[in-house]
Design a protein around this ligand. Sequence first.
Ligand SMILES: [Zn+2]
Ligand SMILES: [Zn+2]
Length: 752
Amino acid sequence: MTAARRIVVSGRVQGVGFRPFVYRLAHDLGVKGTVRNGAGRVFIEAEGAADILDAFTEKLIAAAPPLSRPAIAETAACASSGTRNFEIVASQSGETPMIALPPDLFLCDDCLAELMNPAERRAGYPFINCTQCGPRYTIIESLPYDRPNTSMNGFPLCPDCRAEYENPRDRRFHAEPLACAVCGPTLFFTENGRKIMGNDAALGACVTRLRSGGIVAVKGVGGYHLMCDPKSDDAISRLRERKHRPTKPFAVMFPFAGTDGLDVARRYVEFDEVSATDCASPERPIVLAKKKSPGDFSQDVAPGLSEFGVFLPYAPLHFLLLAAFDGPLIATSGNVSGEPVLTDNDEAEQRLGAVADAFLHHDRPIVRPADDSVVRVIKGAARPIRLGRGMAPAEISLSDELRRPVIAAGGHMKNAIALGVGVRAIVSPHIGDLDSPRSVSVFERSIADLQRLYGVSAEAIICDAHEGYASTRWARNGSLPVISVQHHRAHASALAGEHPHSWRWLTFTWDGVGLGDDKMLWGGEAFLGRPGAWKRVASWRPFHLSGGDKAGREPWRSAAALLWEDDVSMRFKADPDGLARSAWRRGANVYESSAVGRLFDAAACLVLGIEKASFEGEGPMMLESIADDSERTIELPMTCDAKGVLRSDWAPLLEMLRDKSIEPAKRAGIFHASLAGAIGAQARLIARQHCFDAIGLAGGVFQNRKLAELAIALLGKEGFSAFLPKLTPANDGGLAFGQIVEAGALMRDDAI
Ligand SMILES: [Zn+2]
Ligand SMILES: [Zn+2]
């Protein structure tokens, strides 16, 4: 008895080889009918015995390609068409496609096996790929995602590749970046004007240079990496000196070894189950993992920190390079500090010429940069620190439909932008700090690109309230209406946007600094409410920060602000003649702040003597690294200010932080526990007067695992459920998404 069934599959089913998979599955089971794409979903008409159709439907999900995330949206009986075949049919015209720009993918297991098998025609070919793997976002010039619309359009397929490309039963059927050594991209190596052409020769020259302690800029998927031997003190110190990066930790790429790929990495770091799974996932992010004893690595890979970034090869080129080098390699972004990663061969030679000893280039153009993603496991889940290659563009569903399409311009540091349309928010990969013309130009291009690729024209721009941000200036200079969203409300809304089931939040938004409603530098605020309706209910005792933007890189200024505020005198090396103190007294270039990021800076300065930092957040990271598991907390008194905002006082911490009779690890531990205690105390008091159903922890301070986990444990004991962001970074990289959620709610409530 044959039946006919119509099955609609939704979810991530585009650009991941889903139709060819359906085709092969139907042929394997003897199912007749058709499959076609339409409006972002896949429509199947299937005919066969009822039990076969059941098995077919089940396998559509159970045996789906690894990168797809299908869901059966609908099944219904339909009329039999009497077809004797199963075919892929063209999309019906007139449908508005629901476009999705796929992120760049890792090298799949099947292609890895071919890469390493000398009998295969693509053995050792650094650009092998299939429908399940290879570049996407960084090669797409326009949509639909077809080869002529990618940067592979300059590489006509050879007859062998074409046969695979056109055969629906082949796993490379319509693999758009398809290539082989005959027809595809090629490597070349350059050093001091010397050029070595050809995949094997160029790779060999690169490995030789790395072995002799050289620094090589290697072009990958979304840009260049600067690579060198993590065991060579000399190579690392040259890289640090040339990149003007004295202490910021470097990520290390490990050769893929063992069943989950992590055998070599495990010799150097400890993985828990979540971090191991994430490190080996198709997204292949950099995972922050706990150092084991230093082993044979240079001490300078991540000086002073208990963790460093670990990742596995993702492009076939990386697999070959790491295997040939036979050991891990430092692989840090090939960029000028804070800028987007470099992508163009000539520009890389020019701008990295003073950093790299040599270059391993290839001739596949990178259409737009995508830096590596970075995640950290906090409270049992991998949380993005940076959304990049493999994870972005990230699509996040909105619980309410936007009234009109919008672009969110994000913040200034760690900028990422987002497009909002209908019930979708699309978050770009990390762009960088918008301090340089190149960063701003990539920022502007990303905004134009997202709209063009998705076929959407924004009707409003959302930006931060800080007029000094390059992203805000860009928004103000345009012709579209601008919606300004206060920094910390955007952080609170980003988290709320991930959990639409919670109706009323108490969200702590702790970060470096952001501009407040009263023009003060906020960063220790708690808000009650929901997107579009946040009320500031708690904060910290304000202190007066001198030096303006310099404060983030000069923790001594934060320490001084607290001590001077409390009339404690202390000399700082950075202010030998007391000039800064006099200026502070006069109130020159001094801003009122309540930022917890600055309290961390102050603590790092007092406990560890870090007066100046070479990158923002260095002091707090070091402080977290050494902190012990102290249970001792110092209770911080709370008062209510004239506006009814509850304020915790940091002053009782100062004596402990300066007490040299207590070990630094202990002082750091007490500091963390006391700040977690302040969250608990504020929450308890607010809960007496207001009701809320969830507590949020948002803002860059909550990338601190110790603080976040202590706070969640403490809140849990009191019966509160607390959440951290998981889809976007807690830091300013998550602002753009929060801006969309917040502005979306404002547009609905006030019809702006
Ligand atoms: Zn593959
Ligand atoms: Zn070919």
